[in-house]
Design a protein around this ligand. Structure first.
Ligand SMILES: Cc1cc2nc3c(=O)[nH]c(=O)nc-3n(C[C@H](O)[C@H](O)[C@H](O)COP(=O)(O)OP(=O)(O)OC[C@H]3O[C@@H](n4cnc5c(N)ncnc54)[C@H](O)[C@@H]3O)c2cc1C
Length: 263
């Protein structure tokens, strides 16, 4: 809401900057989706404005071709994508994003900070990968630092290509719960767990793209690996047909999506 308010009160001709931290961070497509949605709004409501997408990573981290197509086809002149642009510091007084080799002045700066497992995990002695993440045994989700403690979701150091998502955290929970039951019974845990992920991203107020992936435990490498040929991405953006979704049990009728609909 604060970000929305700042963008709405920005002058036409203003600059919005979003900084993306190095992977792993939660919801890999999230910042690119946010950039598209904001660019879509600027295009319609403040057409002289610009959005700078400052990515600490060398390239778009999810749905790459689809986001790049959206940047080029829909937002040329509005959205500027800059790879290898890691944010080092923000000077709030002058509203300046300081990168390694240059300073970028913007009217609105949306900093997505570098991420790590919460202090709770750190203080409990669970953080044992890169001083940031919790290493787990992928068959049980048991911590590799503290026996008897099972950890799920964003706090874990991810398996190769495994996204940090709510969908994936839910899948982790199922692996952990099934394994804990087996361990309590003194029986062997499932040696071939499979988890999956699906994620949808808006590239405008109405058009959506998706990615899906399936990850199978690999006994040799003791981690989940993506199943070759599984999952995939949308061939192209699809028009979203849920524009008249009801608000919930007490209110019905068309919903105005605050961050998606132009004013
Ligand atoms: C913009 C954005 C869009 C996203 N979109 C999607 C999407 O479309 N689909 C999807 O699957 N995922 C999406 N995600 C990712 C998803 O939100 C996370 O991956 C998911 O919430 C991870 O769940 P978690 O339980 O591991 O961590 P969290 O949801 O972060 O839960 C951890 C909880 O622990 C609490 N906590 C921390 N320390 C303590 C303490 N000491 N005591 C008590 N509680 C504590 C925190 O307050 C928090 O509530 C998105 C994320 C973002 C930021």
């Amino acid at each position: 809401m604060a970000l929305r308010q700042q963008i709405e009160s920005m002058k036409d001709g203003g600059v919005v900057a979003i900084s993306i931290p190095k992977v792993p961070y939660r919801c890999p497509p999230g910042p690119y989706e946010r950039a598209c949605v904001i660019a879509s709004y600027l295009q319609q409501a403040k057409p002289k404005s610009k959005l700078l997408l400052l990515d600490a990573n060398p390239e778009v981290q999810s749905k790459k071709a689809l986001f790049e197509k959206a940047f080029k086809d829909r937002y040329a002149g509005v959205l500027e994508y800059r790879p290898n642009a890691e944010l080092k510091e923000v000077d709030a007084g002058t509203s300046t994003a300081k990168l390694e080799f240059e300073d970028v002045k913007a009217d609105v700066i949306n900093v997505i900070p570098p991420q790590r497992a919460a202090d709770l995990a750190k203080n409990a002695g669970l953080v044992n990968v890169n001083n940031r993440w919790v290493g787990v045994n992928w068959l049980t989700m048991e911590s590799t630092a503290l026996p008897g403690v099972h950890v799920l979701g964003d706090a874990t150091f991810p398996a190769p290509t495994m996204p940090k998502s709510g969908h994936m955290a839910n899948q982790h929970a199922k692996v952990a719960a099934a394994a804990i039951i087996q361990l309590l019974k003194g029986e062997a845990v499932n040696s071939t767990p499979v988890v999956m992920n699906t994620c949808y991203s808006f590239v405008s107020a109405r058009d959506v793209i998706h990615v899906a992936s399936v990850h199978q435990y690999n006994a040799e490498q003791k981690t989940f690996l993506p199943v070759p040929g599984s999952g995939g991405v949308s061939a192209a953006a699809n028009r979203w047909k849920g524009a008249t979704r009801s608000r919930g049990p007490t209110t019905s009728g068309p919903t105005r999506w605050p961050c998606l609909d132009p004013p």
